[in-house]
Design a protein around this ligand. Structure first.
Ligand code: IMP
Ligand code: MG
Length: 179
């Protein structure tokens, strides 16, 4: 089996500049007792950078983690969402910012938004690193978007393909070895 080639789609400095801007946009919005919730696992590096940039922009959030599964070993959505690890924080009457890596079909974020709303969050906003608008199944747009992403499978900066490549510091596209 030949190794796939990974082309850089968004480089480290390009990501860093965008994340800093995004944090300023988020800081400009006032939310009651802000709770930031990264949706694991794919958002962990983005969230770590974004939250530190938000700190530089003067935001003092609480942070909890939600782990959802919508994908299996392949690169297609299964359609079903499972809560693998729930938050331990009461969201009632609070402002919640959900952070995810990619918005594609919208099923994951729709599920997470509904969950927070059902639990009584006063306001639920969403920040995603990448928007892949080509396969939307839910009528949902993120409030804050890092980059528009072409309709291809990306890895790195926290995002995986079958549990690999999360450690790459850039966002890359896997090239078919046959190409
Ligand atoms: P949605 O529920 O279809 O919006 O799925 C979004 C989730 O699918 C993201 O949080 C990712 O975990 C995963 N995903 C979608 N596209 C990609 C990709 O190109 N690379 C890695 N993960 C992806
Ligand atoms: Mg994800």
């Amino acid at each position: 089996m030949s190794l796939p080639r990974i082309d850089v789609l968004f480089s480290e400095p390009v990501i860093a500049r965008r994340v800093e801007k995004l944090a300023k946009e988020i800081a400009a919005m006032t939310m009651p007792r802000l709770l930031v919730i990264p949706v694991l696992k794919g958002s962990f590096i983005f969230a770590a950078d974004l939250i530190r940039s938000m700190h530089r922009a003067g935001v003092e959030p609480e942070i909890d983690f939600l782990m959802l599964a919508s994908y299996h070993e392949d690169t297609r959505s299964s359609g079903r969402i499972d809560v693998l690890r729930d938050i331990a924080t009461d969201v009632s009457d609070r402002g919640v910012l959900l952070i995810d890596d990619i918005l594609e079909s919208g099923r994951t974020l729709h599920f997470a938004k509904e969950l927070m709303a059902r639990r009584g969050a006063r306001q639920v906003k969403t920040a995603v690193l990448l928007d892949k608008p080509h396969r939307r199944a839910q009528d949902l747009e993120a409030d804050f978007v890092g980059f528009k992403c072409p309709d291809c499978f990306v890895v790195g900066y926290g995002m995986d393909m079958a549990h690999r490549y999360r450690e790459l510091p850039f966002i890359g596209v896997i090239k078919d070895p046959a190409d």
